[in-house]
Design a protein around this ligand. Structure first.
Ligand SMILES: [Zn+2]
Length: 263
């Protein structure tokens, strides 16, 4: 009887909790109409307003098979960019959902600094679509870690939020804590290419207890923005040193000036 009462109470609590959450959520929605993260206009539902949505620059083929940077014209399948041949990264392939521009930067900033965690599922779905070839053969997703000091200041890691959203959309699990940022790197903004590479040199490490989760596995690194690629390259090097079979990279937005082909 006591046990039964306990179960009944738990069920009642669960119902009450659900109702409270629903009421609270409805009250919040009434009090605070959602704003488009890019233009700050009120929007129906979630995400961008139709005007900003139409300006979003999704990255589609043709692009370099290796770096995922769009080509100006279609050179045919399997052709790589000059960049991929001249300066190949440690990772095998990179894909990004959108180009980094005013609209995508607003989404990234809203997620990162604006407590707009509600944007993560949408951004994760776009990333899952852009990275479907990578995800098809992947064992796990690895979010690019923040240094603990920055994580503490920001309370959450935006790359981990995106990885969770990609996991929900694709079914590929997240391997959290397999990569550690051991050096508090300075912001990459404003640094030259070689300065960025030096900045992340030795910044990432696979802790000994995570080696079995990395060895012989096909991993997909997840990050919000790719500029020079130095950060994900540093991460990929650390994972490959720890025995990963393959490392690909899936990004929300990348700086992508159209590139020339190798021919
Ligand atoms: Zn808008």
């Amino acid at each position: 009887m006591g046990e039964f009462a306990g179960i009944a109470t738990a069920a009642a609590l669960k119902r009450t909790g659900g109702a409270l959450r629903a009421m609270f959520g409805a009250a919040l929605d009434l009090a605070l109409p959602r704003l488009c993260p890019a233009c700050r206009e009120p929007v129906e539902g979630q995400g961008l307003c139709p005007g900003c949505w139409s300006k979003l620059a999704f990255i589609t083929k043709p692009y370099c098979e290796r770096l995922g940077i769009p080509f100006v014209y279609d050179p045919g399948p399997g052709i790589l960019s000059m960049e991929a041949i001249a300066d190949p990264p440690a990772y095998r392939r990179a894909r990004a959902a959108v180009r980094f521009d005013e609209i995508s930067r607003a989404l990234v900033h809203a997620l990162k600094y604006g407590d707009r965690l509600d944007l993560a599922p949408m951004m994760g779905r776009w990333m899952s679509h852009a990275g479907r070839e990578l995800l098809a053969g992947a064992d796990a997703l690895v979010p690019v870690p923040l240094h603990w000091r920055r994580l503490w200041a920001r309370r959450f890691n935006q790359s981990a939020m995106l990885a969770a959203a990609i996991s929900a959309a694709s079914g590929v699990s997240v391997a959290a804590r397999v990569l550690k940022r051991v050096k508090p790197t300075v912001q990459q903004v404003g640094l030259s290419r070689s300065e960025r590479a030096a900045n992340v040199q030795g910044a990432f490490r696979v802790p000994p207890e995570a080696r079995t989760a990395v060895a012989s596995r096909r991993l997909v690194l997840v990050d919000d923005v790719l500029t020079s690629g130095a950060t994900v390259d540093g991460c990929a090097r650390a994972l490959l040193r720890a025995g990963a079979a393959n490392v690909d990279v899936l990004i929300f937005a990348r700086v992508a000036d159209p590139v020339r082909t190798s021919i």
